[in-house]
Design a protein around this ligand. Sequence first.
Ligand SMILES: Cc1cc2nc3c(=O)[nH]c(=O)nc-3n(C[C@H](O)[C@H](O)[C@H](O)COP(=O)(O)O)c2cc1C
Length: 444
Amino acid sequence: MITTLGNDVKKTLFQKSMVLGISIIFCSLTMMPALSAAPLTEYPLPPPQHASMIVEESMFRRMSVRNYTTEPVTDQDLSTVLWAAYGLRADGNRTVPGMNEVFASIIYVLKEDAVYTYNPWNHSLVFYKEGDYRHIVGWQYNAPIQLGLVWDKNISSNQNYAAAELGEIGQNINFMADALNLGTVATGERPSPLENLGLPSNQIGLIIIPLGHPVKPYNFVNFPFWVSFLPRIQKSDMNLTTVLEKRQEKTSWENTTLSKQEQTQLVWSSYGYSNYYDKSDSDRNPVKRHRTVPSAHEYYPLLIYLVNKTGVYRYIPNTYNPLYGLLRDIWFLPVMTGLLKVTDGDKRSDVAQASESFVASAPIIIISVLDVKQTKKPYDDVSGEDFRWLWYYEAGASAHNVLLEATAWNLSGTIVQPTNLSALQSLLRLNEGQVPLILVPVGK
Ligand SMILES: Cc1cc2nc3c(=O)[nH]c(=O)nc-3n(C[C@H](O)[C@H](O)[C@H](O)COP(=O)(O)O)c2cc1C
């Protein structure tokens, strides 16, 4: 009996240990790889803050900051800057329009401990690799955070348009950083120091943006233009977060004309000078009047055209421009801004034939044109096709500003790529070295 009972117990124990053994083998084959995959790879960011700065104030204050304190950037501020840069809005759309709604950018976030990428879908940081790469990648300027703007070639094959999208992103980073009392500067080099991160072969690093607290606090003096052929720039009542949330791309418009004030606001936002003087660096640079977009080497080689029912006009951001580059520190020179008529009559359908048909119904079309000779300077010739993306970055920033300013004035527009360059060149009376880059039709 005892023996029989002993055999039964042995049999049961054997069966149990078999089940346990098989279970352990099964678990180790199926679950363990999942458990052993990198610890926690996604780090949720806190919800972004609301920026109450009025959008024209953001444009007045846009400037590059190159010296940062060692004070860390809080996760809260980083979250807000990344959301503005490339985040998702309450309606599911992005905070930037992209180029034809193709979103081909990746933002790398370089922190002290590691490198991450920004995941807009769940507003988190995704671990990429361990180590402090901030000084290797962002060697130009030390900052607590370095943002690497990267073009994903698998999503868009066009480097220039990818750079234009980065220009939109860079602009939002600059505006939001300033609203949080942080500073940034867009930096672009070839080859990009972002290559040190060992990026996948489809990813091309183009722009690095340090982010930190400025050593010299922002110090602006409100000093609007003395003389102007256009009405003075006014502030709307729309703040930065609302504008980023509300921007809508439209391709049809009411058959109305825009007021002179509205047209001035739009064309100014594309490439104009600030109403403010910057005195933050007054020991070295007594005063400086910044423009609404940054420019590599401060070349500002874009020409801006405005087409409406009455004709084609060239925007003159400052009559003294040729001298202003040399004499910008002579602060008492007035900035005289205006529109120069190039052609009489309604040419909007001609512009539409050289781009998209819906452009013909827009009350105004703003066109950025690259004047290649202005990028060919003796100390750094960046006029070649290899560098063309730098100027698309600037044109993307300019076009994005127009869409933000349109939103603030309850207007809307969209970004359009030219399809017939020579037709546009003859319409705008350009020479061969003046290349139309981006069109922005806007209306009600
Ligand atoms: C595409 C691009 C690349 C730039 N690259 C650099 C750079 O490598 N280093 C730098 O200090 N500034 C760089 N800048 C910033 C410009 O020098 C700056 O915008 C210009 O001097 C005007 O000054 P502001 O932005 O303060 O008004 C770049 C700007 C752009 C748009």
